[in-house]
Design a protein around this ligand. Structure first.
Ligand code: ADP
Length: 607
């Protein structure tokens, strides 16, 4: 059978409310007992008061009888006798008080009223006796005697009619009430003690229950979270169906999900082709995936605890520097490294690493690029071979055309000369293309080096303008430069190549009658470095904005309807310019607006 679902708040509420209700009920009971005792006390006091009042009355009566109950003393009584007057007043007062006290008891009240009437009757007889002379005729004396008899008889009836019995009864009632009141007071005292004991027991029981049901279970929850972090199996699920049990259930299912996710992650890492590892703060492997076997020919378990740098074939300091930099920067761009395999062979790898501050560890992905390296080397070798094998016969052809143009080996007719010129131009284009390709490949593979000297920009401008003036004139384009005294540090030959390329393009894409201008300006870069910004400005048709970056990539050209195929270049010129500028530590970019011309700018360090 399913247990009723009691929430934690309901349980706590019940724990507080049940004893509270019990306490309140007992307190009400005690209050009632106290009230009953109070009523009994009042009753007892009243009964005592009544019995006392009757006793006082009876004393008054006896005093009265004692004073006036015999023949003789009465003779001395005269109207206005002080003692008699006082007794009368006392009587009146005591009867009034007694009547007030017995109002609740009709029978007793009746009895008191009868006694009062008898008393007044007696007082009336005594007053009449006072008026009759003591020494009158016999008839008068007879009347006095008779009155005396009546007085004595009435005096008795004052206390008759059960008044004295009532007094005794009230006395007894007062005693009984006092005993009952004491009993009730004792009972309420006992109840109070019982509540105190019950309170203590309940408090202990509640504390025990709360500890068992809440604190203990919460500590299991807490322990479970630590176990999850330490990858230790969790406690069995907490029983019950309150909030704690629900949280525990959710925690268990969350732990299960995490376990599943970790399993999947592990599977991905285990099956990855790249060597994935973590390296601790001492530079030692703390975890490695099975790909270590394929990449380094070392089983992962053999790597653990060994130093990463021991497997690197390059300079050890270099590797330590990479890891030191990682600690400050977090991530690094991938670095190419050479690593040693167990059999001593070298493997080229690309190392991508990330440093985690929380774990104080570096996580690395090591990708085997040996094959790619081989392919690149092969490509370079092929390129070198092709370009060399092409360049040599092309150069020979160029010489042959030059010789033929001189006419030393016989004159050609006009058509023959045209063929020779066209052939020479085409060989030139091919030679340029081969040279450009060679330069691009050299730049890409990092084999290109520059020799820096102080170079006068003005001289460079002058030389480039002079060499391209004929070309510019053939296009009806004006070529000019703004004089400058800036001296840069660079490779003069390469700077000339950059300028020639940019000017060549500017002239090529200028309209007839257009103007191409060269200029240079001094600029202070961010780190305080002084630069020369060289600009080649034309008035051509411009370059679309989305192509401004693109044109510096290899073989990138802007489609133009007006361009004639004869002039179509290889798309390598700007790529070479960028490679040369970067070799100088500068940058190159283009600014242009369609229809308003373009400005190509590049920076070089000032000498
Ligand atoms: P190409 O041999 O085709 O000139 P480049 O790399 O020198 O190769 O130039 C790439 C492309 O950039 C050119 O095809 C041309 O479309 C565009 N370009 C270069 N310079 C200019 C210029 N001054 N004005 C307009 N377009 C230009």
């Amino acid at each position: 059978m399913r247990r009723p679902r009691l929430s934690l708040s309901t349980k706590v509420l019940a724990l507080v409310l049940v004893p509270l209700v019990l306490q309140l009920a007992t307190l009400f009971w005690v209050a009632k007992l106290e009230n009953d005792a109070e009523v009994l006390l009042l009753e007892s006091i009243n009964a005592k008061k009544i019995s006392d009042a009757i006793n006082v009355l009876s004393q008054d009566v006896y005093e009265y009888i004692g004073e006036f109950g015999r023949d003789n003393p009465l003779r001395h009584v005269t109207t206005g006798d002080e003692k008699l007057q006082m007794l009368h007043r006392r009587h009146e007062l005591h009867y009034k008080q007694l009547k007030d006290s017995v109002q609740h008891d009709a029978k007793l009240y009746e009895c008191v009223v009868a006694s009062e009437q008898a008393a007044y009757k007696t007082f009336g007889l005594i007053r009449r006796l006072e008026e009759i002379p003591e020494d009158g005729p016999e008839q008068v004396q007879k009347l006095r005697k008779k009155l005396w008899k009546d007085v004595r008889k009435d005096v008795k009836s004052i206390l008759g009619g059960g008044l004295l019995e009532h007094a005794a009864q009230q006395e007894k009632l007062a005693e009984v009430d006092a005993v009952e009141q004491a009993r009730l007071r004792e009972l309420s005292k006992q109840l109070m003690i019982l509540i105190a004991i019950a309170d203590t027991i309940i408090a202990i029981a509640v504390a025990f229950y709360l500890t068992r049901t809440i604190a203990n279970r919460l500590s299991i929850l807490n322990e479970n979270s630590l176990r999850l972090a330490a990858n230790v199996p969790l406690h069995t699920p907490i029983g019950g169906n309150d909030e704690i049990a629900t949280v525990d259930k959710t925690f268990h299912s969350m732990a299960m999900t995490l376990k599943e996710a970790a399993k999947k992650e592990r599977a991905i890492i285990d099956n990855a082709r790249d060597f994935i590892c973590s390296i601790d703060s001492n530079g030692k492997f703390s975890a490695a995936n099975p790909a270590s076997q394929t990449v380094l020919h070392h089983a992962p378990e053999n790597l653990l605890g060994t130093h990463f740098a021991d497997y690197v074939a390059d300079s050890r300091e270099n590797v330590l520097q990479i890891f030191a930099n990682l600690k400050t920067q977090g991530d690094s761009s991938p670095v190419e490294l050479r690593m040693k395999r167990s059999d001593g062979t070298i493997v080229h790898v690309l190392l991508s690493a990330h440093f985690s501050k929380e774990e104080d560890a570096t996580f690395c992905v090591i990708h085997d690029i040996t094959e790619r390296r081989k392919a690149e080397t092969l490509k370079q070798e092929v390129m070198a071979m092709v370009t060399h094998d092409l360049r040599t016969p092309l150069s020979t052809l160029r010489h042959i055309f030059t010789f033929l143009e001189t006419g030393k080996h016989g004159k050609l007719d006009e058509k023959g000369n045209d063929f020779i010129n066209a052939g020479g131009r085409n060989v030139d284009r091919l030679l340029t293309l081969v040279n450009d390709l060679l330069d691009v490949e050299k730049a890409d593979s990092g084999q290109m080096h520059i020799e820096r000297t102080k170079v006068s920009l003005n001289e460079c401008f002058d030389a480039s303008v002079s060499s391209l003036t004929v070309f510019a004139e053939s296009k009806d384009v004006k070529l000019d430069f703004v004089e400058t005294d800036l001296i840069v540090m660079g490779d003069e030959e390469r700077i000339d190549r950059i300028l020639n390329n940019l000017i060549g393009n500017a002239v090529k894409f200028s309209p007839k009658g257009g103007k191409v201008t060269l200029s240079a300006e001094r600029e202070i870069a961010k780190g305080g470095r002084e630069l020369a910004v060289i600009a080649v400005r034309d008035e051509g048709e411009g370059i679309p904005e989305d192509k401004l970056e693109n044109i510096f990539e290899k073989f990138q050209q802007v489609e133009r309807r007006s361009e004639n195929n004869q002039e179509k270049g290889s798309g390598l010129g700007l790529a070479i310019c960028r490679a040369f500028v970067q070799l100088h530590g500068g940058k190159i970019w283009a600014e242009s607006k369609i229809g308003e011309g373009s400005i190509f700018k590049f920076t070089l360090p000032l000498a």
